[in-house]
Design a protein around this ligand. Structure first.
Ligand SMILES: *Cc1c(COP(=O)(O)O)cnc(C)c1O
Length: 392
């Protein structure tokens, strides 16, 4: 690490995909046609009706000045209306909704707003890496909550020691889940809210995949639980349902005190998201149904394509109910890293080793269904025909 870097930076664990990235680059340099199923970034363009709104919003000079810190009143009202319609949850747009520059921004800054040095933060393992890293940046101690198949990839709340709960300041949760594709029901959130209220723990529910669901399953909001607003906030994002990862627009809703604390961090570090982007996002949130239905149909069809190829290799998995990932066991005799490497060498397909998402991800790999359908079909064909590995 650089002689200029702070301890905060130096303690960041080495980027776990680095080795795989190097090998992928070498294969590309050697002329191989590499297909990456590694990163979860939708391949389809942002829908026309959202782009059209953006074109108009750019031409309005009143949008060219600094935006409102917490997001425009209209954006916050649109988020509140969306929550009322989608979840039956009533939010005060002034105090209980704030715009974010992508939800990752708020998820990360939240640790700065709530966590003191030495505080424990409960993080899912495997999980979205931001929860752990943001905790470390703030001087907190991440405490892993293993997500295991025998618990349907939900954390075992009863297994958290009492002294950990007493020192815990914050709990991150994420359903539909990245990377395991697991989902939860309201009963799970009821148990979370009960625990968090008893121990005074703030809860941050990450609902980035709230609209990426299948087979009639609808993802709940933690705010549907009575009393949740006393301790919980929820993060939402336009990125995944509307193919808007590049636009950087998300929001946080729920407990007003927590949102105010996060707002203090944000007003001192950033100046909000471009009002034109917020206006395009309002259009998406007010008429989401067609775009969401299209995304759901697309990923459901891709799930089938990939699961059929894996079935031919002896890996029988039922389609997940949420997210655009497949979380799959590695074949007998392979670690996650060794398997990802074998897939790359034998098929020039990139999959993510589960161990990159935390120690309990060992023994799994993740496939992201966010490449063009014809490329996904080609990747599935290569796995079925070229991979010299069998599950049974
Ligand atoms: C993609 C993703 C997000 C959303 O990130 P944005 O910053 O809103 O683009 C948040 N949480 C998880 C778990 C994700 O996978």
């Amino acid at each position: 690490m650089s002689r200029f870097a702070s301890q905060r930076i130096s303690q960041v664990p080495p980027y776990l995909f680095a080795e795989l990235d190097k090998k992928e680059a070498a294969l590309r340099a050697a002329g191989r046609d590499v297909i990456s199923l590694g990163i979860g970034d939708p391949d389809r363009p942002t829908p026309d009706f959202i782009r059209d709104r953006m074109h108009a919003a750019i031409d309005d000079p009143s949008n060219h000045r600094y935006p409102a810190y917490a997001g425009s009143t209209a954006f916050r009202q649109a988020v509140a209306d969306y929550y009322q319609r989608r979840y039956g949850v009533t939010l005060d747009p002034q105090r209980e909704v704030m715009a974010l520059i992508g939800s990752k921004e708020g998820i990360g800054h939240l640790a700065w707003a709530l966590v003191d040095p030495g505080d424990v933060v409960l993080v899912p393992d495997p999980g979205y890496p931001v929860y752990r890293i943001a905790t470390l940046f703030a001087g907190g101690q991440p405490y892993d909550l293993p997500l295991l198949p025998r618990n349907a990839f939900l954390p075992d709340l009863d297994a958290i020691p009492n002294d950990v709960l007493e020192r815990a300041k914050l709990l991150y949760l994420n359903y539909p889940n990245n990377p395991t594709a697991a989902v939860c029901d309201v009963a799970f959130y009821e148990r979370v809210v009960d625990l968090a209220r008893r121990y005074n723990i703030a809860v941050a529910a990450d609902l980035a995949y709230g609209e990426i669901t299948f087979g009639g399953y609808e993802a709940p909001s933690i705010l549907q639980v009575p009393g949740a607003k006393e301790i919980a906030v929820e993060f939402g994002s336009l990125s995944k349902p509307f193919n808007m990862t590049g636009w950087r627009i998300g929001y946080v809703v729920g407990n007003a005190e927590i949102i105010a604390a996060l707002g203090i961090i944000k007003t001192n570090l950033d100046s909000g998201q471009f009002t034109a982007v917020q206006q395009a996002a309002i259009t998406a949130l007010r008429t989401p149904d067609e775009a969401v239905a299209q995304a759901q149909a697309l990923y459901a069809q891709r799930q089938q394509t990939m699961l059929e190829a894996l079935r031919q290799l002896g890996l029988e998995v039922s389609p997940p109910k949420g997210s655009f990932y497949l979380w799959l066991p590695t074949p007998p005799g392979y670690t996650s890293a060794a398997f990802a490497d074998a897939v790359l060498q034998q098929t020039a397909v990139v999959v993510s080793p589960g161990s990159a998402f935390g120690p309990s991800g060992e023994g799994f790999f993740r496939i992201s269904l966010t490449v063009d359908t014809s490329r996904l079909q080609e990747a599935a064909r290569r796995l079925a025909q070229d991979l010299q590995v069998r599950w049974r």
